[in-house]
Each structure stands twice: as C-alpha cells, then as structure tokens.
Design a protein around this ligand. Structure first.
Ligand code: NAD
Length: 318
C-alpha cells in the first residue's frame, strides 16, 4: 500500500495518519471544511510531538529490564539490541516523514484519487458515516479498499452503502496507537477473504499487531471489555456514589492497573464517550441513568473539557 487516505482528522484519525506517514506511506486527510483543518492541524502537531517525545524518552529505557515492556512498540520495531544512536535516527527520520508525507484535502474526489486504502475515522455517528460513504462510493478507484475504525458499529451495517461490500471491513485501532499498537481486523459476511488478508498485511506494514476476529462482534475484542467497564464507572459517578478521582484511585490501588476509568476516558475523549452514550436505547428517556450520564458528559464538553486533547477533562493537564 502506498497512498493512504484518512477520512476524519479527530483524535484517532490524526494518530492513524501520523503512524502511516511515520512508516513511509503517503497520507492524505480528507476533511469536510476549513474549520475542520483548523481543528486537525493542532492535533497533528500535538500527536507528532508526543510520538517524538516518547522516542526520546525511550532512550532512558535502554538497559532497564522493564524497557522491553514500556517502549513505544509502534515506533521501534524491535527493542532487542536497540541503541541511543538508532533511536536518534528514528527521531530524525520520523520528524521528516511525519511532515513530508502528510497532506490535507477538502475536495473528496481529489483526496481519494489513486488511494490504495481509505481509512474512515469519523465521529461514531452512523448517519454521518453513511452520508460520507454514499458521497465517496462513486469517487473511489475500482481497487481501493475501504475500512472503518468504528469502535462499536458493525461493518455489515454500512457494507451496502459503500458500493464495494467485498472490499469493505473494519480495522480498529486503540488510542495512543504508537504505544498501544493493536489493530483489530473484522470483516462482515460479504468481505472478500483476500481483501481481509491484505488489510492484515497492511496493519503489520504500519507497525501494528493485527488481531484477527473470525466474526462480527459489536465492540470488537477491546471495546467488548472496555465499554462496559467505563459505563460502570460513569454510573457510579452519575449516581453520586463516588467522585471520579476516588473511583480511579480504587481501581488503581485494588488492581495495580496504571490508570483508572476516568483517566482512560480523558484519553479516549469525552466526545466519543458521549456519542457512545447517545446510542444507548434509554439515553433520551428523561431521568434514566444513561440520560443523566449523557447530560453530565455534555456539560463538560460544552465547557471545552473534552480530555487530554484539550488539556482538561476529568483532570487538568495544563
Ligand atoms: N477516541 C478513541 O479512543 C477511539 C479509539 C478507537 C476507535 N475510535 C473510533 O474512531 C472514530 C473517530 O473517533 P475520534 O475519537 O477520532 O473522534 P473525534 O470526535 O475526535 O473526531 C471525529 C472526526 O470526524 C469528523 N466528522 C464528524 N462528522 C463528520 C461528517 N459528517 N463528515 C466529515 N467528517 C466528519 C470530525 O470533523 C472529526 O475530525 C470513531 O468511529 C471512534 O469510534 C475512537
């Protein structure tokens, strides 16, 4: 795969695009408006810096026995025998490739022309995704593969709207992709097995570990576990059982996990958490638990407290 198009320049879209650029792919972001460019450019800068900082910090892990557990696996292919000089070379090359290989385009036709793969990473909103697939279906080259990074939606829901069901499937990344380098590959019953294999190979090409799902599953592997966990924490908060800091502290102390659910929500981004909440059947029933959770999240979003990404969420990162 040479030309990669990323549709959507949010938290995950920017990380995916940078990871593809870092691994030598030509990346075009398709964005819908000038104001989207204004929101995506600082995110690209933010994540590029974070990736290069993590490379720099990895030098301090050389010789440390926990280094092999903590190095940024998407940025350093093999930790065995790594040297500070080799990491310096990666920083230099990474800085260049994450600058030179990234383009932004508002014209969808121009953006997708000649694309080997289009990675849709737009908001978790089925209607918006369908709308964009319908616009894109007649603009894509015959051979272009289309994947979605959706966290909770099934590819079979969208397959017919893409106009290329056999070449459409899910490729789901985890947040902080350059460290947590999982790529869940999930087809729908109409996905061509050869295309599925190509996407598995592409995931390796961009330094991810491909994880193959044998059938459709809402939430894939990761979110089948993560979403109920985060929902349980939000229920404790909305029911005023305990505050987010206490809930996180409980989880960290009792399990030894490095992060609690609200620290994870800050990484995921509160907008994504809100979109997932809004799809719960009772989210619009006044007074229901999910309705109250939705309102609490919306309050924070309206104040610009959407997570690490803006410097404030449940915690202050400024
Ligand atoms: N945040 C996470 O931790 C995470 C992890 C894995 C997968 N995902 C999935 O990745 C996708 C994107 O999530 P995110 O966290 O980056 O969201 P985000 O809210 O940060 O970004 C969404 C992007 O979609 C664009 N968008 C929204 N509606 C659009 C439309 N109608 N036309 C064109 N562009 C539109 C927005 O401008 C924005 O650039 C979702 O499907 C989400 O489930 C998110």
């Amino acid at each position: 795969m040479k030309k990669v198009v990323v549709a959507g320049g949010g938290v995950l879209g920017t990380q995916i695009g940078l990871m593809c650029a870092y691994t030598g792919h030509d990346v075009t972001f398709w964005l819908r408006s000038e104001s989207s460019i204004g929101r995506t450019t600082p995110k690209l800068d933010h994540y590029k810096k974070a990736m290069l900082n993590d490379l720099e910090a990895a030098k301090n892990l050389i010789g440390n026995p926990v280094g092999k557990l903590m190095y940024p696996r998407g940025l350093i292919k093999s930790w065995d025998g790594i040297t500070a000089e080799a990491i310096d070379d990666l920083i230099k090359a990474g800085e260049k490739s994450m600058t030179d290989n990234i383009h932004i385009e508002l014209d969808m036709k121009k953006a997708v022309e000649g694309a080997d793969i289009v990675i849709e990473s737009m908001a978790e909103n089925p209607d918006a995704k369908i709308d964009v697939y319908e616009k894109m279906r007649n603009l894509l080259d015959e051979d272009t593969i289309l994947v979605t990074n959706s966290s909770t939606l099934l590819p079979s829901t969208f397959a017919e709207h893409t106009g290329r069901p056999a070449k459409y499937l899910s490729l789901h990344f985890a947040n902080t992709i350059w460290k947590n380098n999982t790529a869940e590959v999930m087809g729908h019953p109409g996905t061509d097995p050869e295309i599925y294999k190509k996407v598995v190979a592409f995931a390796s090409e961009i330094n991810m570990v491909p994880l193959e799902l044998h059938k459709e599953q809402p939430g894939y592997i990761l979110n089948s576990m993560l979403v109920p966990f985060l929902s349980a924490a939000q229920a404790l908060w909305a029911n005023e059982v305990a505050d987010p800091k206490t809930i996180d502290l409980t989880w960290r102390l009792a399990t030894g996990a490095p992060k609690g659910p609200f620290e994870i929500l800050d990484i995921v981004g509160l907008e994504t958490a809100y979109n997932i909440n809004q799809m719960k059947p009772d989210a619009h029933d006044e007074g229901s638990l999910n309705n109250r959770i939705g309102k609490l999240l919306k309050e924070k979003i309206d104040k610009g407290e959407t997570g690490i990404n803006t410097g404030k969420g449940f915690y202050d990162y400024k």
